[in-house]
Design a protein around this ligand. Structure first.
Ligand SMILES: *[C@@H]1O[C@H](CO)[C@@H](O)[C@H](O)[C@H]1NC(C)=O
Ligand SMILES: *[C@@H]1O[C@H](CO)[C@@H](O)[C@H](O)[C@H]1NC(C)=O
Ligand SMILES: *[C@@H]1O[C@H](CO)[C@@H](O)[C@H](O)[C@H]1NC(C)=O
Length: 256
């Protein structure tokens, strides 16, 4: 009976981890309620227009769009904020109104490309390229893009391992508990790597929040912040790590 409880606890943890990861995966796939509420990182551009205006001493007109359904990356106007998920990103003109880009396996977090490609008048995108220092991490699309793609594969494989740990743990014998333990360990490592990469990238990108436009005391007006998707990923990692212990105990002590 004690063995049953141990296995049940391990399965519950692996199941929790898997569920959390599924929520992470659906983040920003569409703008409906649940996916809209989950994102890895947010780039808030809502005060950028005001900063730009102060920096160039000229009124900035037509920088933002008020059309929630205007397609992204088409030079149709900047959105107030952008949220990035694992498969796509969405641009919002208000809390609930926005549009999402195409879905890609392993969407790359390239915020600078995303905002530049939405700016309509050519001179705003050129100005923006001059206003944000070239060494800001936010501009380093190659570094951010490649790292997020790598992190995506880690998270996908980690999700798969959590699912396999759960499935193999159902057949009750020492060998399958051993296999579950291995999957739980492998999955935990993969999730640790994926979540760490995202955490570092977001921390580095957040430096733009304190950035001043070169030669001025004007803040960039761009603000990067971490989203609930990253917290869910860390929670999934913790659940899977903790499941290793009961899986291991079951594997060594189960007498089915
Ligand atoms: C974006 O930034 C503005 C100004 O700081 C703030 O009022 C607004 O709530 C932010 N929006 C989101 C979705 O974080
Ligand atoms: C908003 O954008 C959509 C998609 O491009 C377009 O069909 C629609 O006419 C636009 N609405 C307005 C009010 O411009
Ligand atoms: C989405 O895909 C279509 C067709 O491949 C392409 O024309 C469009 O530019 C893409 N949009 C974005 C935002 O990537």
């Amino acid at each position: 009976m004690r063995g049953e409880i141990c296995v049940g606890f391990a399965s519950f943890l692996a199941f929790t981890s898997l569920m959390l990861l599924i929520f992470v995966h659906i983040g920003q796939i569409t703008t409906s309620t649940v996916p809209r509420g989950i994102w890895m990182v947010e780039v808030n551009m809502s005060t950028y227009g005001a900063s730009l205006q102060s920096a160039i001493f000229n009124p900035v007109v037509g920088l933002y769009t008020s059309n929630a359904s205007a397609p992204l990356q088409a030079g149709l106007g900047l959105r107030q904020f952008y949220k990035f998920g694992l498969y796509s990103y969405c641009g919002y003109i208000s809390e609930k109104e926005g549009t999402c880009g195409n879905h890609t396996v392993g969407e790359q977090f390239t915020p600078f490309d995303a905002v530049i490609s939405d700016m309509l008048p050519q001179n705003y995108s050129i100005l923006t390229a001059n206003l944000i220092p070239g060494n800001a991490t936010l501009r380093d699309s190659k570094y951010l893009g490649q790292s997020t793609k790598a992190a995506y594969w880690m998270l996908l494989l980690g999700t798969l391992c959590a699912a396999l740990a759960l499935l193999t743990g159902i057949a009750k014998n020492n060998l399958t508990f051993f296999v579950s333990t291995i999957f739980a360990i492998a999955g935990s490592l993969l999730l640790l790597i994926g979540a760490s990469i995202w955490t570092v990238l977001i921390k580095k990108s957040e430096s733009v929040n304190h950035l001043l436009i070169p030669g001025t005391q004007i803040p960039s007006g761009i603000s990067v912040s971490v989203g609930p998707g990253l917290f869910l990923t860390w929670a999934a990692f913790i659940a899977l790590v903790v499941s290793i212990i009961p899986y291991m105990i079951s594997c060594c002590t189960y007498r089915g």
